[in-house]
Design a protein around this ligand. Structure first.
Ligand code: BGC
Length: 840
């Protein structure tokens, strides 16, 4: 073992100090923290303050409230400021359907940039993605595919790269769904019980990364946390997100997740979407919870001016933050979410203003190339017996299964992608996009076969196993395609209400694989599934020579797959989750039924032990482990070195002005509080059910709230939490404490990319055997060796202490493991102790 430790001048004191008085995080959030700039926000913050100071009360409220469901062309549009020719902000789905298994930061970033450019050119201000919630607590989670991985570190890295990519193109990213929205069943009512440590170390982690990366908006989720709806939750929004993580952007509700006017305003919501209910109700406010009702609440004094100003400053700071450099102007909205034809209603909910709603601006550039590259480099090669792959001009190929085929009615025939009539390349629900085209595996493989002089035959065969066998039995290679689909709860597919009911293949897929393998000893399996399926039988079957997980690859599906099958791309995808032999093996389970379906409750008792952390603790060998994936070449690891660094101990939290206190809440501009200033101008014709921010009319009476200032409305200086200080939390958490290096050598016959992974064992029973804390992608020619460097931050080796409400380096002995997956560890070493500490 090979340790090199350099000098440590660092005192770990910050992490051992307890705060003077114990904090109760459930009640300590009030008042909702006001934005103050810092870490990349200062310039935007100055512009936002200036802009907001010039707005009237109604104009301010306009920016906080959507105009209603299907009221304008985007899935959500805020009110506007016509006087300043400032159109409302356009919010549009979604995180997009390509799931990452590349473990490649470069591709994550490029994908974010490509999406950002496309969204911008459509006139979109806020892209409703990426998603870090669900994280993936349970493998059947219907929306897991919209995010990245049940590992918080991997998801955190993917969030950062995606957010920075999107925002670098002048579009605000939206990290969603905050927080603990881990399943679709009961998503609108479920209450999650969770301990503070698990929240911090698992589910909050990627959101902290997102905040540190400067994300402009965060979407609060449908579910409740500790019995309180997430969009009015003092603990999760005020206390954690806005104080501890010092989030400077705005919190937007998931669509319809806002519940009450004051509850949401005082607990940190900044923007209500879509603004009105899905079924508008009669009356001046069309059933909106904000809009005119928020104006009333401000005039009454129930919501202080500083809170409203803070909402708008946050929204406008996010706006100015992304509108810099080449992106100071924004294109007009040139598409409709509700209409496919060129013309339609500009305001569909009120059936008004007929005109051109779709300009069909082609925003695709050459993104097909990138989508193909990501598709290919995301394929995870799970099995490859006797180098069956790559294919070398086989005499004949049989392609079997509906999941390989084109939909004769077109790639978007399936509304919301909620069916399995043809190859599956995206999950279903709001996270989908319309395919411009879709290259099916069958189309791509047929073309390749024609070029090679390979005989090609293809069949659906899922429910006609005789036909499948007849087609497959004489082929040099038989490739069986299978799927298991998932999506959002508003559509059920084959009885699966968003979440998958089980981990088996759909559409008779398991029987199809068995039938083909029974007659062809070179059977390969390609999976387009939303997550893991039970496939131990195929792994063990001698006639199944290769298994590939292609995830949801998007429009270039067939081309990317062919690149891997034929070796044009050497597979480098790694599994972002664990593959078990049954759903029970995963420990944490989905809640399908509740004794009282109106009040379903779920306790995340498994703590931080989900996915591979659970399998390791329970001593279960998975079928394939987290981080696993084969290559057409082999790699050797050597020379593990660890160097400790001196970290700066002089940090002062950015917000702290005076002994841990913030400035008092600022207000911007003076509000005209007269009724006449806040009603529609004479002659203005409202269209129902469009949501407006004016008071209902001149006769409205506003009773002044004369009650004393409450903790929620108190705008005096506030205490900054010990773990806070800048966006993402205390910046010192992100200091590099160790640099770990290893050498990787390509010892096989082909050029290839290895994904070395670094796991840290934090020590003690409370901690998993190992947690991912680093990865890289390194491309090597045969015989070539390159060093790979990982940086371990203070947060990477810390645990959350719920009592001190801070991160601490526990004194348990810690180990570093470097390997090619979570269980294929090639090198390990003890982590040297920081100065002043002794590992116990
Ligand atoms: C989903 C969000 C989505 C929103 C707007 C909601 O049902 O949960 O992810 O962004 O709708 O379509």
């Amino acid at each position: 073992m090979f340790l090199l430790v350099s000098s440590f001048a660092l005192a770990a004191s910050l992490f051992f100090s307890t705060t003077s008085a114990a904090i109760n995080p459930y009640s300590a959030g009030y008042p909702s923290p006001w934005a103050s700039g810092g870490l990349g926000w200062d310039e935007a913050f100055i512009k936002a303050k200036e802009f907001v100071a010039g707005l009237t009360l109604v104009e301010k409220v306009n920016l906080t409230t959507g105009t209603g469901w299907e009221a304008d062309r985007c899935v959500g549009v805020t009110g506007s400021v016509p006087r300043l020719e400032f159109r409302g902000l356009c919010l549009q789905d979604g995180p997009l359907g390509i799931r990452y298994t590349t473990f490649s930061r470069r591709l994550m970033r490029l994908r974010g940039e490509a999406m950002g450019s496309e969204f911008r050119d459509k006139g979109i201000d806020v892209q409703l993605g990426p998603a870090a919630g669900p994280l993936g607590r349970v493998p059947q989670g219907g929306r897991n595919w919209e995010g990245f991985s049940p590992d918080p570190y991997l998801t955190g890295v993917a969030m950062v790269e995606t957010i920075q990519g999107i925002q670098s193109r002048g579009v605000i990213a939206c990290a969603k769904h905050y927080i603990l929205n881990e399943q679709e069943h009961f998503r609108n009512s479920i209450s999650v019980k969770i301990d503070d440590r698990t929240l911090h170390e698992l589910y909050l982690w990627p959101f902290a990364d997102s905040v540190r990366a400067g994300v402009g908006s965060i979407m609060c989720s449908y579910n409740k946390v500790e019995a309180i709806y997430s969009c009015e939750n003092n603990w999760t929004t005020n206390y954690i997100l806005k104080n501890e993580l010092s989030f400077q952007g705005f919190v937007v509700s998931d669509w319809g997740a806002q519940k009450t006017t004051l509850g949401s305003a005082l607990n940190g919501l900044d923007m209500a979407m879509p603004g009105g209910p899905f079924s508008p109700t009669p009356g001046p406010y069309s059933g909106a919870i904000w809009g005119g009702l928020l104006t009333e609440a401000v005039l009454r004094g129930d919501v202080p001016q500083w809170r409203l100003d803070d909402m708008v400053v946050r929204i406008m700071a996010a706006y100015f933050k992304v509108h810099t450099g080449n992106y100071t102007t924004r294109p007009d909205i040139n598409f409709s979410s509700w209409e496919k034809k060129a013309e339609g209603y500009l305001h569909p909910s009120s059936k008004s203003s007929w005109g051109v709603v779709n300009d069909f601006v082609n925003v695709q550039r050459d993104h097909a190339k990138l989508i193909r590259e990501i598709g290919a480099k995301s394929v995870v090669l799970l099995k490859n017996s006797n180098s069956a792959l790559p294919l070398k001009k086989p005499a004949s190929i049989a392609v079997v299964g509906r999941d390989a085929q084109d939909d004769p009615l077109g790639p978007n025939a399936c509304v919301e992608r909620a069916c399995i009539n043809a190859t599956v390349a995206m999950g279903w629900g709001s996270g989908t996009a319309e395919f411009p085209y879709l290259i099916s595996p069958s189309t791509a493989l047929k073309a390749r076969a024609a070029a090679d002089g390979t005989a090609f035959i293809s069949t659906v065969g899922n429910w006609n196993l005789d036909e499948a066998q007849a087609v497959a039995q004489n082929a040099s290679v038989a490739i069986v395609f299978a799927t298991a689909h998932a999506g959002e709860d508003f559509v059920a597919v084959d009885g699966n209400k968003g979440d998958r009911n089980n981990l088996t293949l759909w559409d008779n897929g398991d029987a199809l694989i068995r039938a083909v393998a029974a007659v062809n000893n070179n059977t390969m399996v390609v999976l387009h599934t939303a997550g893991p399926v039970v496939l131990d039988y195929a792994k063990a079957h001698p006639n199944v020579t290769a298994i590939l997980w292609a995830g949801y690859p998007g429009q270039e599906s067939g081309n990317g797959l062919a690149d891997v099958l034929y070796g044009n791309v050497n597979p480098q995808g790694r599994s972002p989750f664990t593959w078990g032999k049954s759903v029970e093996e995963y420990g944490a389970q989905l809640l399908f039924t509740a004794p009282d379906p109106r009040n379903p409750t779920q306790s995340f008792d498994e703590g931080v032990f989900i996915d591979y952390r659970h399998f390791q603790k329970a001593g279960i060998s998975p079928v394939w482990e987290f981080g696993f994936g084969l290559s057409y070449t082999t790699f050797e690891y050597s020379s593990l070195k660890i160097v400790g660094h001196t970290a700066d101990d002089t940090f002062t939290p950015a917000q702290v002005v005076n002994e841990g206190l913030t400035d008092p809440a600022p207000t911007f501009g003076t509000l005209d509080r007269s009724i006449s200033a806040n009603i529609p101008p004479v002659g203005f014709k409202k269209i129902w059910p469009y949501v407006y921010s004016w008071l209902s009319g001149p006769n409205v009476t506003i009773a002044q709230n004369t009650a004393a200032v409450t903790p929620a409305t108190n705008g005096s200086e506030q205490r900054v939490l010990p773990a806070s200080g800048a966006p993402g939390g205390n910046p010192r958490l992100y200091d590099t404490m160790y640099t770990v290096t290893v050498d990787i050598k390509n010892t096989g016959p082909a050029q290839g990319t290895e994904i070395p992974q670094l796991y840290v064992q934090l020590g003690g029973e409370e901690n998993p055997w190992g947690v991912l804390r680093g990865f890289d992608d390194v491309t090597l020619a045969p015989g070539e060796t390159k060093p790979v460097k990982f940086e371990l931050t203070r947060r990477d080796i810390s645990n959350w202490n719920s009592t001190s409400q801070n991160w601490e380096i526990w004194s348990k002995q810690k180990f570093v493991f470097v390997g090619s997956s979570s269980s294929r560890i090639r090198l390990n070493a003890t982590l040297p102790t920081p100065p002043g500490m002794v590992w116990s």
